[in-house]
Design a protein around this ligand. Sequence first.
Ligand code: SF4
Ligand code: SF4
Length: 535
Amino acid sequence: MRGNFIKPSAISKPSKRLGHIQANELPPLPPPYEDLNNLTLSGLKDEKIANIEASLDDTVAIGIPRPKNKEEEEKYIRAFLSGLRKLFEKKNNWGFLQPLLLSMEYCAKCQTCSDACPVFEMSGRQEIYRPTFRSEVFRRLYKKYIKPGGKLTSKLTGDIDLNWTTVARLAELAYRCTLCRRCASVCPIGVDNALITHEIRKLFSQEMGIAPKEIHEKGTLQHLRVGSTTGMNPVAVKDSMDFIQEEMEEITGYKLEIPWDKEGADILLLHNAGEVLAWPENVGAFAIIFQAAGISWTFSSEELGYDVVNYGLWYDDVQMARVAIKHAEIAKKLKVKKMIIGECGHAHKALAVIADRVLTGDLNIPRESGFVILDEIVSSGKIKFDPSRNNFPVTLHDPCNVVRAMGIVEPQRRILRKIAPQFREMTPHGVDNYCCGGGSGFAIMSGFNFAEWRTLVSSRKKFLQILDAFKGEPQDVPKYVCAPCSNCKGAIRDILEYYHAKERSHIYYGGLVELIVNAMVDMKKPMIKFDEESF
Ligand code: SF4
Ligand code: SF4
């Protein structure tokens, strides 16, 4: 299974398509899924792509309008060059200049990273998805246009024409990588191909206003304007939470009081608001655990205070900073001791790691992963558990941003070993995990046929891992993929649906807190009901 070799310089040569997904080149699925091996992408309809650039591959993530004339084309190229220059200036790139410079300097071309990349592998080794293909295009542009004397030496370092085709394809190509950083974790000289992808996305967003609409317009801008990327304002979110409280009591028989805007609480709990809409049982389960453990905690009903997502992490440092500062200001106003991040991987990295660059002084409020406090609660003995209530096969997905990026590997496992007698690991797992395929915004991007590309290619490795973890289990036994991250859950939901895994293998998915509550002795009724919608 090998895609055709394509040189980086081919990116500037106009053609109908640079890469192409073929069903017979994709790694095969095992029984009983063999009949789905012939699935491939629906074609992009000519009328839908008539005015946009769609010459990278068989899909479109952004949909950049084609320039109407030569002047417009040159304007795009000038803007690209201006953005490229700014990425390498200290005053303009306060986020990542140093690691970017290191990653630009040298690549040994050993291809260790390519062997680690699930997108490259699962695409049938399509050359354009090779981690080094995108990076090498960018490196050559940097060396030619930014490094002193670059134009003269570019014949030696590798020349690439900078034209509209190059610019438009590079923008799309930055959205064929999940930023999972598996490649970076294996590079022997520390090149970070994911960071290069991130910086390309940043250039397009900051200098050219180009980013997928789900991430920017419907994402960050809506978040800042309304209070949540879901579109929920504070009134709507409180209504939904009242409903969750009632439903949780109904489902579990446990009387629940959800605290709001409690000044001086120890903890401000922040969820991805997508949970409130799509997986309300996760929000309810957190509340039950915190209440049962006697924790002093609160939710915030202030705009943004109930939605910890921060899509800027994926494409634009300025947007990331705006949201992170707002989160910290809300915590400061409430005078809480710390902020705890629920089951949302990218929010972990945004708020607990990357926001360090902007949350200084009295905004530097302690920020911690929800996994750690859950581990402390489960280990403390404050809550009694009956693990036999979770006596079904359980496997664990490791969200890249929590596990590989932050090194939080053991707390969630310690919990599962205590409460899930049939827990088994995926192979590989921990910091060597594979992305769910929905990382870096992919889980919420659905324009054109992008969602199909995601399930077919970038999530394929995760699906194979899930099937492998449950290998040998009878088809009719219910199985649970514990995916403690909102975006990962979205991507895993989509692959399970796409391959009919619930019907064929009884595979279900959910978070970590639902399993914890399901095993609590105090619950009069089970929280997890296979074959039934909990809500
Ligand atoms: S592993 Fe590192 S040095 Fe080797 S090809 Fe990849 S980026 Fe280059
Ligand atoms: S970050 Fe992940 S998806 Fe992107 S090139 Fe590296 S391994 Fe591949």
